[in-house]
Ligand binder design. Sequence first.
Ligand code: UGA
Length: 439
Amino acid sequence: MQPQVAVIGTGYVGLVTAACLAKIGNHVIGHDNNPSRLEAIVRGDLPFYEPGLPELLENVRESGALEFSANLDQAISDADSIFIAVGTPASDGGSADLSMLEQAVIDVSKCCKPGAVIVLKSTVLPGTNERLTGILKEHGRADISIVSNPEFLREGSAVEDFLRPNKVVLGSVSSASVQRVAHLYRAIPGIDSLLSFTDPNSAELSKYAANAMLATRISFMNEIAEIAEACGANTNEIRKVMGADPRIGPMFLSAGVGYGGSCFPKDVQALASFSNSLGLKQKSILRAVHDINESQPQRVFAKLKEHLSQLEGKRIALWGVSFKPNTDDIREAPSIKLAALLLAGGAEVVAHDPIVKAEVIASYGIESANSPTQTLAGAHALVLLTEWPIYSAVEAIDIWELLEKPALVVDGRNSLDGPALVSQGVTYIPTGAPIQYAQ
Ligand code: UGA
């Protein structure tokens, strides 16, 4: 018989989980406590941009493998496994706010069938599985067990990451529940070697540790970039040398304007604050990773200030507003942080992004342009912040012609053709590599 699954929460992780679990042979009902959000999803009007997801949703809804219900009882009454993927936003102190998650567990406990398994997809700190198990007991539902199944998908490639994972982590005290959840993933190629069975705390901490490690690599390279700039070395060359070592590997070693998004910034701080709450002597790595990241937009700001002598009255063009390509997510985006510094310094800011909506850009006091070249007319400098492919396709001569002279380009992602720009007469400032002055 086809496994019956419910997914609570239709945010990034919830919607991708629901669609992908349906795609790999399960019957899924998605639920959200916001009915208008569900109606929009059913109309095909998704709350965020994610390549491949609209087509997948249409496909699994047509086949009947995925349904949606705004009624929690209806959504979960037949489900053997209930995934919870509600938000765990950062609270004031940096720790994760679990109130939505706790409420979802209590709501589920009131109407799920005996012996149901709750699967935690939300990123939660160690101890959460145990604490929620305690809450279930207090509500007379000791029959329900909880499996921690952290999600490792990336925005922009979420569907592919879910369907072709490099690991599936399942943490629980109940081996029967773990087997039930593992079965839901059975159709993923090579799944047996991808499954990692562990205890709940290790499953929960592994997610934070993985994100913190990736963020650490980025901040580490951004520190190397600063050293390289000061001594005339090139971080792109250094990355190649380091990446060739199999003990290090080449991924997540690109220096730039820093990491953004809804995960790394929040998770690094939550882990640091968790370590504090355990009474451990405050370690410096996580704080340093965060501080280095926060300083990246300021470094770009300082470069602009140095080269334009003053920013008051200057017009600065930004290419890319989303925190990375293939998403419209601007949470913790370096673009917004840099724009705030520039506006406070008296500059005008004009930006282009292929996906982020003009009204969203305008809400930050940033002028929005319809095309990359439209940002350049009358601008005293161009800053590339998101490496969307559309930007590296713009001809160097067009950049030179449209910018005010002397033409200045700051490449926050090292993705433009520096030599071509320089030969056209542009001064090119890469990240972590020597400045190339106009010829
Ligand atoms: C990240 C993780 O990669 C996922 O595994 C995880 O599931 C997810 O967080 C989450 O916790 O939900 P995501 O936030 O979508 O995924 O973005 P990434 O692709 O990891 O990029 C994060 C940031 O790092 C971006 O701003 C990107 O520009 C920056 N980055 C990445 C660099 O500055 N340098 C690099 O070399 C790589």
